[in-house]
Design a binder for this molecule. Structure first.
Ligand code: NI
Length: 182
């Protein structure tokens, strides 16, 4: 297994739309293992392949307290959604930014496992939010895209300034350490 580097906003590779997985082979199983390792190490509660610069429709999540409920979705599709919920999201690819985003409260997802078997999963609450957030990554979409243009421009300037500064010294900024990153 290997921990993979995570791309950070505004890296343009986060905007690449991921492709369907067609081969359920050992290489895919390795990618899934690496995604889980990278997510747990970060630590985060979800990670999409896009975030590690692999543009295939694979995502992993684990929203459990004990970090022992790994879920991997390959080629996920939302087949049903209802309700609305607003949650302050943070993202491993957008450090130090936490903003409320509105999403469906309950979803039903159809996906494949790493062996290519199709299954359905019903999710609500944080799990539903997390899956929708990761599915956006596969489309090249980030949670900051839901914010107003003014707010997003400000964040982009801040991120670019930070990227420049990080080359010189990697002093971590104070962040909301209690909120989960997805
Ligand atoms: Ni994210």
């Amino acid at each position: 297994m290997a921990q993979l580097p995570i791309l950070e906003y505004p890296d343009p590779r986060l905007r690449i739309r991921a492709e369907q997985v067609t081969e359920f082979d050992a290489e895919l199983a390795q990618l899934v293992a690496d995604l889980f390792e990278t997510m747990y190490e970060a630590p985060g509660i979800g990670l999409a392949a896009t975030q590690v610069n692999v543009h295939r429709r694979v995502l992993v999540v684990d929203v459990s307290e004990e970090r022992n409920e790994p879920i991997c979705l390959i080629n996920p599709e939302i087949v049903h959604a209802d309700g609305k919920v607003s949650y302050e999201e943070g993202c491993l690819s957008v450090p130090d930014v936490f903003e409320a985003v509105e999403r469906a409260e309950r979803i039903k997802v159809r996906a494949c496992d790493k062996r290519g078997e199709t299954f359905e999963l019903e999710a609500e609450g944080l799990l539903a939010i997390c899956i929708q957030h990761e599915m956006d990554h596969l489309e090249g979409k980030l949670f900051v895209d839901y914010l107003s243009t003014l707010k997003r421009d400000r964040l982009k300037k801040k991120a670019l300034k930070k990227a420049k500064r990080d080359v010189a010294d990697r002093e971590p900024e104070a962040s909301n350490a209690s909120a989960p990153l997805i």
